[in-house]
Design a protein around this ligand. Sequence first.
Ligand code: SF4
Length: 227
Amino acid sequence: MEISGFEKMTLTDYPGSVAAIVFTQGCNFKCPFCHNSNLICFKNGTIDENEILDYLSKRKKMLDGVVITGGEPTMQKDLVSFLNKVKELGLKVKLDTNGVKPEVLKKIIELNLIDYIAMDIKSSNNNYSVVSGVSVDLDKISESVKLIKESGLDFEFRTTVVKNYHTLNDLLGICEFVGKDSKYFLQNFESSSRVLDANLKGFTKDELLEMCAKLNEKFPNVKVRGI
Ligand code: SF4
């Protein structure tokens, strides 16, 4: 697999679990707010997957699982093979995805290769392609949402909310789309030198909490994460 980042341990990225994080190289979206913009380009990874598997094998007693993020992990040709190797170590897997490859999600769900799925929902249907930076096939996104909800796995949907792009109406549209019973998190955008567009801004804490309160009137499972 093409891997360009590895964090040996996180207590925050896999809910309830101690995990390592693997960052895959290459993404088919070009979100202007992407914090991992160095991982968007499709090219060879900088880290040998065997080094990572070796580390995981040595430290598996200290870890519950591995987060596979990116980039977009489902774009990797040998994702199934890598997940098999991680599962053979007895570790749980959380997959972060933009949901553009439902056929890959279906396969790894059927093969029992994942335990937790976190899918980014970029915006309401009308603004999806603008916020993703590319033209997006919304049928694929809908198919992934449906698959995830019916998978029987632990899952969450989440949106990085950017003041320049998201309105309350967009967030209401997303809530309708993912459904009332789904766990859905709003994550505020924070600027950094790595994002593609330096002019973007997040919401204030009060603005975000106010939007969440309005969403909670109809969608009680919406939460703000990270403030
Ligand atoms: S889908 Fe994720 S990794 Fe890909 S460009 Fe968007 S934020 Fe970055």
